[in-house]
Design a protein around this ligand. Structure first.
Ligand SMILES: O=c1ccn([C@@H]2O[C@H](COP(=O)(O)OP(=O)(O)O[C@H]3O[C@@H](CO)[C@H](O)[C@H]3O)[C@@H](O)[C@H]2O)c(=O)[nH]1
Ligand SMILES: [Mn+2]
Length: 369
């Protein structure tokens, strides 16, 4: 493991959650992209998860405070439990979630840059994620004026007052201008399509609704939902890739719904600069494209018993249901359920004190059960 830092003469005003948030970056390349993020990131601690060849030297620009973990570090720290951390896939990023000691995580890919809003102003994506996480969500009743807690908005007429307190926000899911996060078939059919549409909105994903969570520009409350953010078994030696964030998003969402926690999507945007190879992506994704026609009905019908009052208990119960109901889809899911259990064991080993997910389950009227 490598630590890096160098003094900076600039004395910043104290950025929001400066000492309570880690930025997790999975990478196989040099991190020159950080230069563009410097004004927004340099006061935060980075956790760099170096994938692929551990002997490769990853260059980190001066002036950032970071810790870097390669595969040798992961194997040394987790021992046999390292088997649950993917290799040669961005799913490795979840090791950064586990090793962090902070309350919040923001994860970003190294081909994501600072985007501009329609006025031409550079978007501080991290600041927007923090705002999203620090304000409540409204999963039980849809507000047609979008985020009611935002400056210049509110709950509209007919919105039940008993629900206006909202619930704690566990996840903030950001979006991307330029290269959209399309699956390989769509990439192949629409190779030149670029996302130029900036939608100035933050929405709560309603309770009971799943969504395709992308890991490119994502933040979450690690103490509330961290153990559910396992990015699965992908990449080297696995029959599937590019479903890491999707798997985590489906598991996370059913657990958030059960515990009465909120998930937001929309702002902030980042500028996604590089389209990965659609043919390589098709090879990684193709099993996922047909498996998910069985996975989605499974997640849509999952129920967790009321005894599942922590994220860990929910996750272990979910792993049992995956084994029982998806093990017959493909033996991969039996391996995945074992890895889900290993992930929780490793999480609890590295984080003995934080008993995540103890947020009281909330009844629809917003009061604890
Ligand atoms: O083997 C690898 C490949 C890449 N990385 C790092 O992961 C991110 C994403 O890589 P990249 O931008 O090349 O790929 P995308 O197709 O754009 O990624 C999106 O698809 C999802 C696939 O799971 C992913 O969550 C999305 O972000 C970069 O930082 C690479 O350096 C890696 O660690 N190992
Ligand atoms: Mn990318």
């Amino acid at each position: 493991m490598e630590n890096g830092s160098s003094s900076s003469s600039f004395v910043p005003s104290t950025p929001l959650l400066k000492d309570e948030l880690d930025i997790v970056i999975p990478t196989i390349r040099n991190l020159d992209f950080l230069e563009m993020w410097r004004p927004f990131f340099q006061h935060y601690h980075l956790i760099i998860v170096q994938d692929g060849d551990p002997s490769k030297i990853i260059r980190v620009p001066d002036g950032f405070d970071y810790e870097l973990y390669n595969r040798n570090d992961i194997n040394r720290i987790l021992g046999s439990k390292a088997s649950c951390i993917s290799f040669k896939d961005s799913a490795c990023r979840c090791f950064g979630y586990m090793i962090s000691k902070k309350k919040y995580i923001f994860t970003i890919d190294d081909d994501c840059f600072v985007a501009k809003d329609p006025s031409g102003k550079e978007i501080n994506a991290l600041e927007q994620h923090i705002k999203n996480l620090l304000s409540p969500s409204t999963p039980f009743f849809f507000n047609t004026l979008y985020d009611p807690y935002r400056e210049g908005a509110d709950f509209v007429r007919g919105y039940p007052f008993s629900l206006r307190e909202g619930v704690p926000t566990a996840v903030s899911h950001g979006l991307w201008l330029n290269i959209p996060d399309y699956d390989a078939p769509t990439q192949l059919v629409k190779p030149l399509e670029r996302n130029t549409r900036y939608v100035d909105a933050v929405l709560t994903v309603p309770k009971g609704t799943l969504f395709p969570m992308c890991g490119m520009n994502l933040a979450f409350d690690r103490e509330v939902i961290g153990p559910a953010m396992y990015f699965g078994l992908m990449g080297d030696g696995q029959p599937i890739g590019r479903y890491d964030d999707m798997w985590a998003g489906w598991c996370m969402k059913v657990i958030c719904d059960h515990l009465g926690l909120g998930v937001k999507t929309g702002l902030p945007y980042i500028w996604h600069s590089k389209a990965s190879n659609p043919f390589v992506n098709l090879k990684k994704e193709y099993k996922g494209i047909y498996w998910q026609e069985e996975l989605i009905p499974f997640f849509q019908t999952v129920t967790l018993p009321k005894e599942c009052t922590t994220v860990q208990k929910c996750y272990l119960e979910l792993s049992k249901q995956v084994k029982a109901k998806l093990g017959k889809v493909d033996d991969y899911f039996n391996k995945l359920t074992d890895a889900m259990v290993t992930w929780i064991e490793a999480w609890d080993e590295l984080n003995p004190s934080v008993n995540a997910g103890t947020a009281a389950a909330r009844k629809p009227n917003g009061t604890a059960k």
